[in-house]
Design a protein around this ligand. Structure first.
Ligand SMILES: *Cc1c(COP(=O)(O)O)cnc(C)c1O
Length: 226
């Protein structure tokens, strides 16, 4: 993969073009695919460049880092849409509910319980996606595919949460298309509207397989800083 140019607006335009072409090739409406710009570990000037280019949907993987980066920007940009794409500890559930519009990484009953309590307390109700461990990888977050049906039924029944979609991060060393097809199938089976899949290296494949949200970081912003 070539290193993205420093011109964030141009990177974004190019990615939106690829998304539109992939959607059309799959006979899908390009407007049905949202580009989430994953801004974790990116410096301020690059965030500002993305905002100046008109981008408003951002993804972060850590609650505290996201608070520092976005809480003050919300005051300037009322149309921001923030999505948590990284693992969430139960003791950060309240902070996540306060900041994010969508939490993409619900993957265990204990977290569902903590989110429910935080929502009841604050009156805020961000959208929730269930993270699916499509590769059944022991070290990875997410609900194993074989447990998803019971898990979704359980969070609805026991915690009154209504997941609006699913997300996955396929194993690094496998063909992502198989995982994308599996995730799209799970979403369809449950009548869920959001399918979050695809990153810088494979977002085009994800769109062909039905992604409604692709999560692109380095492809927009360039390499992350430490
Ligand atoms: C970092 C991250 C991304 C973006 O990765 P890139 O390869 O930089 O596009 C997408 N999804 C999740 C869950 C991430 O943590």
């Amino acid at each position: 993969m070539t290193e993205p140019s420093a011109d964030i607006a141009a990177n974004r335009d190019r990615i939106l073009d690829v998304i539109a072409a992939a959607a059309k090739a799959a006979r899908r409406d390009p407007a049905a695919v949202t580009l989430t710009a994953v801004s974790k570990k990116q410096p301020d000037d690059r965030i500002e460049a993305a905002l100046a280019a008109g981008h408003r949907v951002f993804g972060e993987n850590r609650v505290q880092e996201a608070e520092a980066r976005w809480a003050h920007r919300r005051e300037r940009h009322h149309d921001l849409h923030l999505r948590l794409v990284g693992p969430l500890q139960t003791n950060k559930a309240a902070a996540a509910v306060a900041l994010f519009d969508v939490i993409e990484t619900l993957d265990r009953p204990k977290l569902a319980k903590a989110l429910r309590a935080a929502m009841d307390k604050t009156g805020r109700a961000p959208g929730v996606l269930v993270q699916v461990n499509t590769g059944d990888e022991p070290q990875k977050s997410g609900v194993p595919p074989g447990d998803v049906d019971d898990f979704i039924a359980g969070v609805r029944r026991d915690h009154g949460l209504a997941p609006q979609g699913v997300m996955c991060i396929p194993p690094a060393d496998e063909e992502p298309a198989l995982h994308f097809a599996l995730l799209a199938d799970i979403a369809a089976r449950h009548g869920l509207s959001e399918v979050s899949m695809g990153m810088s290296a494979d977002f085009e494949t994800a769109v062909r397989h039905g992604a409604t949200h692709v999560r692109v970081g380095s492809g927009i912003f360039g390499a992350r800083i430490a």
